[in-house]
Design a protein around this ligand. Structure first.
Ligand code: SF4
Ligand code: MG
Length: 310
């Protein structure tokens, strides 16, 4: 069953294109990684699910959640989706958690808003906290955000995201602000908890390997478009789009073991200045004359004129 469906989603902000014809089906229970450089439209794609687009945004195409057109939801439907069905985890937990209130207040607030009594809300908050590995959960509930490290606080945010039993979690670079070891632990917790619950996940990252470790499928974005979609388990063997290959490193051994951050030669394209043809044409080592003028159609798993020969 398809839980989330993007159908030719196109977004412009103040007349400038930021997303173009994003088309992707996410099955219930699936984890899909959205990977690309900054500015490629990853955040905008997931924010459009919650209708959290900047003022002045115009939207074409549709986003459907559980069959319903998100753009057509009334206020009550939107509130239900935001508070119950879909949860978001952002890059910086300190921007989400009220700094002067306790972790317990933060966690129980959502449940209290839904009519859960105080002691029951506290019990469930403590249970959710202990599942994300924060040590003494009862003690954590009394603490305030500044008393916790970034990694611990992001675990609190993950616990909060899981608390209402959402069907979908949208995680936007949830560990980018953390050091590498903490990153891996926090991502492992998120992946494990969502797998246990069968929660659908969209996981945004610029790190292809990290996405492959957490997700079932990977969608690679460039300049506001999805250029390739492939199974995570076959990332290295099946990647065909020149941009995906560039992200992976073009030669075996091109990247030292354990090294994650790869750079692709050239300057990232923005959707605003992308050529009429292939969005990757300016940086692609295989570009031909037609690449700049004729937009490649997304066939099978990727959008590239040369898929047959690459
Ligand atoms: Fe490169 Fe052309 Fe394929 Fe675009 S269509 S990725 S420019 S070969
Ligand atoms: Mg972003």
């Amino acid at each position: 069953m398809t839980l989330l469906q993007f159908d030719r989603l196109t977004v412009a902000v103040s007349g400038r294109p930021v997303l173009r014809r994003v088309t992707l089906d996410v099955a219930a229970g699936e984890a899909v990684g959205l990977v690309g450089e900054s500015g490629s439209g990853k955040s905008m794609t997931v924010r459009s699910v919650m209708r959290l687009l900047p003022a002045g945004a115009t939207v074409g195409g549709t986003v459907r959640f559980d069959g319903a057109d998100v753009g057509a939801l009334d206020a009550a439907g939107l509130r239900r989706m935001r508070s119950r069905d879909v949860a978001m985890v952002f890059q910086d937990p300190r921007a989400v958690v009220n700094p002067v209130r306790t972790v317990g207040d933060f966690l129980t607030e959502v449940l209290r808003d839904q009519g859960t009594g105080r002691s029951e809300a506290t019990r469930r908050a403590a249970a959710a906290l202990s599942e994300v590995g924060v040590g003494d959960a009862m003690r954590r509930l009394q603490q305030r955000p500044y008393e916790l490290s970034g990694g611990l606080l992001q675990r609190v945010v993950i616990a909060a995201a899981l608390l209402t039993g959402p069907r979908l979690i949208l995680a936007d670079e949830p560990t980018t602000a953390l050091d590498t070891t903490t990153q891996e632990e926090v991502v492992a917790i998120l992946a494990e908890q969502r797998r246990l619950r069968g929660t659908t996940l969209m996981f945004i990252t610029h790190d292809l390997e990290l996405a492959a470790a957490v997700c079932d499928r990977i969608a690679v974005m460039y300049a506001g478009e999805i250029v390739e979609i492939l199974p995570a388990a076959r990332l290295h063997s099946d990647a065909r789009h020149p941009y995906t290959r560039a992200l992976l490193g073009s030669r075996p051994g091109a990247v030292a073991p354990g090294e994650r951050l790869r750079t692709v030669p050239g300057v990232p394209q923005s959707a605003l200045t992308a050529p009429p043809g292939c969005v990757f044409a300016d940086r692609c080592p295989h570009a031909e004359a037609r690449c700049r003028d004729v937009r490649p159609v997304f066939t099978g798993s990727a959008a590239c004129h040369l898929l047959e020969v690459l």
